[in-house]
Design a protein around this ligand. Structure first.
Ligand code: TXA
Ligand code: MG
Length: 319
């Protein structure tokens, strides 16, 4: 049976024994293992049913530790780290030779960040190795933002969830890389593009149709509820096309009149996109439990974290 508690020392003990455990971060819960343990890393891929070509993010305790995992770090990476670490910005950098191909899926780069969560940081402090941690959901499913979400996904085959409460950011870290002096966005996330541009200037995008992607998480169907999900700018217009069906809608601020048969979740009464991001996955988990026929999600405005929320919703609706 899975243990759910806040015992950092117990989590450290499992990790020191090459087991993997779920840990809280400010974005989503992760399935964490010692980056130097083949056993732990393989276990994470297996339990998630994650393809081996999809690399993991390495979590370090501070910027000082970066030299243990990455080399040739560009100046812009330091600028961003100084502003956003600890925090939800992952940077793809040239890897040190000591980082295994299992973690990086054979790439010569490593994705790395410092999580901004007191329990995650205390755990990293108690360990003498960094933690590789993908989100703690089966491949393709909605990411967990509470300990209980993780326990629901893996009731049997996971030893422990280190409980750190509700994730304050609620969607994954933003991922950037650096090519020929340019900052490239690999994944939308909890830090907005505008915030990054304020530090390093223009951010460039990789094309979504690239078939040998630098960031596999950019491409696949992902973050998906089991219930059929649709994304639209006009929720009211789509509802009549599902006549007689059990409908749930996911709205930004709820400024829309709906039949009271329809289940309605509002992401942020005041229309705040940061609050909406925090509530996104919990809302999808909730709607998914209601045995609805369809979920209709409202497209967010296109600025700040609106892009990140839309990105996750678009992936959730991919067939
Ligand atoms: O917020 C987060 O980033 C969470 C928490 C637990 O830290 N982690 C997370 O991990 O979202 P995961 O595995 O669900 O997503 C990792 C993403 C994948 O899309 C993967 O392709 C990309 O990071 N990635 C990892 N290493 C990479 C690399 N060397 N180059 C490009 N993309 C990489
Ligand atoms: Mg994930």
């Amino acid at each position: 049976m899975i243990k759910v508690n806040s015992d950092i020392y117990q989590a450290a003990e499992f990790l020191n024994k090459e087991e993997f455990v779920a840990i809280p971060t400010e974005t989503v819960y992760g399935l964490a293992g010692n980056i130097y343990s083949e056993k732990a890393i393989k276990g994470i891929f297996e339990i998630k049913k994650r393809p081996f070509f999809n690399p993991l993010i390495v979590h370090i305790k501070s910027l000082d530790y970066l030299k243990e995992v990455a080399i040739d770090v560009p100046e812009n990476a330091y600028k961003l780290a100084n502003v956003f670490w600890p925090g939800p910005l992952t940077m793809v950098l040239k890897k040190k030779h000591t980082i295994s191909d299992l973690v990086t899926a054979g790439k010569d780069t490593v994705a790395v960040r410092v999580p901004d969560h007191p329990i995650a940081l205390a755990l990293l402090e108690a360990l003498d190795f960094p933690l590789a941690a993908p989100s703690a959901n089966p491949f393709g499913c909605v990411s967990p933002t509470q300990a209980q979400h993780v326990a629901n996904y893996f009731p049997e085959d996971l030893k422990m969830v280190l409980d750190g409460g509700v994730c304050q950011r609620g969607i994954e870290s933003t991922i950037v890389g650096f090519q020929e002096g340019k900052t490239i966005l690999y994944r939308y996330g909890s830090v907005s593009v505008e915030e990054i541009e304020a530090v390093v200037g223009e951010v460039f995008f990789i094309t979504k149709n690239d078939i040998s992607p630098d960031a596999p998480g950019m491409l696949t169907k992902h973050y998906a509820p089991k219930t059929a999900t649709y994304l639209t700018e006009n929720v009211a217009a789509l509802i009549p096309t599902f006549k007689g069906k059990k409908i749930g809608v996911l709205l930004l601020d709820g400024k829309i009149e709906l039949d009271n048969q329809i289940v309605k979740i509002v992401l942020s009464e005041k229309g705040d996109l940061v609050e909406a991001a925090k509530n996104l996955y919990e809302s999808l988990h909730q709607l998914d439990k209601l045995n609805l026929d369809v979920i209709i999600a409202q497209k967010m405005p296109e600025f700040g974290l609106g892009f990140s929320i839309n990105d996750r919703l678009e992936r959730a609706t991919k067939k």
